[in-house]
Ligand binder design. Structure first.
Ligand code: C2O
Ligand code: CU
Length: 476
């Protein structure tokens, strides 16, 4: 009889242990058929309690009755679209165009948008990026509504309470649908002379509103033109101006009271972010050029006028110190909640797929505790990125103000933001008032990263959602 020596068994046992551990990690990562964001990792200090009573997200709507001041129907289709520059690409359209129709309103008006899904197989929604709408109007599939299936519709109603430059996009399968065209601009209280520069890359070419290269904008000598730049792409964009100085009139929809002129500097516009650049057309018959990278730009001036395009400036404006300080309207020193949003990366399984995945506070999606707040909380959040890549972080439903970057306090005009680039190695501290009850996603706007799990939630005590992620709802 042959005896098996214990030495021979050790590697076998070790191998089984490794396989067993990996197997468990794989199994444990599998997502159920559908799940509620309310089940995502127990919120710290809440003992894993479930929020099955309280107010439903579905009840947190805008005004449901009464006539709307601005009423738009948007029909979503999967089809071939001819862009403004004549190229034709396969993608998604709203009313047969991409970008979709621009929605304009005046402050205080009631906006109603009826979204009809004619032929987008995966379902669609509309999210009002940067606009602090009531939670039920936020358009996140599986969190604030069910995705709208082909043949169905959904009505959004909200008051245009804030002026500024915003945009809308699908928040169902968003990493694919936004890239392929399901978005448009939402502009409140614009002057007639303002120009919207909706920057988007279609089939590998950067465009402004679907037009690659240079777009001419006619403006009289001496005129002031506000160019409302929106970055609808997945990566950081830089904007700069040739032929004149420019002012940064607003960032992420928030007007800057003090906007000193900028020269020889670019402005970083994170994915999802907006910046209103003000330029003055020279008196001598020349033009001003606003570039957004990859050769795409606006030439602003009298017909036929030109300007020598300057090289892309190497340095960028630092919004931390741009303009003069003003009161915030709340006191971040009186914070009642403090959160950490630490972004990292590690090997593991995400829904059974092995990979190098993003982590939030060391955890893999969806095992990320929600950030729990009460109505009226003053929240300070530290966002730290040590993941090896940059992340444009986007919190829904709230505007936050930047307090510091890498320990250096903000000294400029208040930097209100909803789309904040947090580069690898950086730490930002932001603050906001929890004044908009609901369940809100807080994710990276490089939408592929969000689909890879760079996503957390801010939820109010006592709010529950009847919607579930999975099945027909795939928000990212
Ligand atoms: Cu513009 Cu949650 O996204
Ligand atoms: Cu990211």
């Amino acid at each position: 009889m042959r005896r098996i020596g214990w030495r021979a068994v050790i590697p076998v046992v070790a191998a089984l242990a490794i396989v067993g551990t990996l197997g468990w990690a794989w199994f444990d990562s599998l997502l159920p058929e559908s799940y509620s964001v309310m089940d995502m990792g127990p919120p710290p200090g809440h003992g894993g309690m479930h929020h099955h009573d309280g107010v439903s997200v579905a009840a947190l709507t805008g005004p449901r009755d009464g006539p709307a001041d601005v009423s738009v129907t948007l029909v979503a289709r999967a089809e071939r679209v001819t862009l403004a520059d004549g190229r034709s690409v396969m993608g998604y359209t709203l009313n047969h165009t991409s970008p979709g129709p621009q929605i304009r309103a005046r402050r205080g008006q009631l906006v109603e948008v009826r979204l009809v899904n004619e032929s987008v197989a995966g379902g669609v929604t509309l999210h009002w990026h940067g606009y602090d709408v009531p939670n039920a109007e936020d358009g996140v599939a599986g969190v604030t509504q069910d995705a709208v299936a082909p043949g169905h519709d959904h009505v959004y109603r909200f008051v245009a309470a804030d002026a500024g430059t915003y945009w809308y996009h699908s928040h169902q399968l968003s990493h694919e649908q936004v890239q392929r065209g399901l978005f448009g601009a939402l502009i409140v209280d614009a002057a007639d002379s303002d120009r919207v520069a909706l920057v988007h890359t279609y089939a590998g070419r950067r465009t402004i509103g679907g037009r690659a290269g240079t777009t001419a904008v006619s403006a009289a000598p001496g005129a002031t033109v506000r160019v409302r730049v929106v970055n609808t792409d997945q990566g950081t964009m830089r904007a700069w101006v040739s032929g004149a100085a420019y002012r940064i009139g607003a960032v992420d929809g928030h007007e800057r009271a003090d906007a000193p002129p900028v020269r020889d500097l670019a402005l970083v516009v994170p994915a999802g972010g907006r910046a209103d650049l003000e330029v003055v057309v020279p008196d001598g018959g020349g033009a001003v050029r606003v570039d957004v990278g990859a050769g795409a730009g606006l030439l602003v001036g009298p017909e036929g006028a030109g300007v020598e395009a300057s090289a892309e400036p190497r340095a960028s404006v630092d919004l931390l110190s741009y303009g003069a300080p003003e009161p915030l309207g709340f006191d971040p020193g009186a914070a009642t909640q403090r959160f950490e949003y630490r972004i990292g990366r590690r090997p593991g399984f995400l829904d059974g797929r092995p990979g190098l995945w993003w982590t939030v506070n060391g955890r893999l999606y969806p095992d990320v505790p929600m950030f729990m707040v009460g109505l009226g909380d003053v929240v300070r959040m530290t966002i730290e990125n040590h993941s090896g890549e940059t992340h444009p972080m986007h919190l829904h439903g709230h505007h936050a103000v930047v307090l510091s970057r890498d320990g250096v306090a903000a000294t400029g005009s208040p930097w209100w933001t909803d789309s904040l680039e947090v580069a690898d190695g950086e730490t930002y501290e932001i603050a906001f008032v929890a004044d908009n009850p609901g369940a809100w996603v807080d994710h990276c706007h490089n939408l592929a990263h969000a689909a890879e799990g760079l996503m957390a939630h801010l939820a109010y005590e006592g709010v529950t959602t009847p919607y579930r992620i999975g099945g027909g709802n795939q928000p990212e």
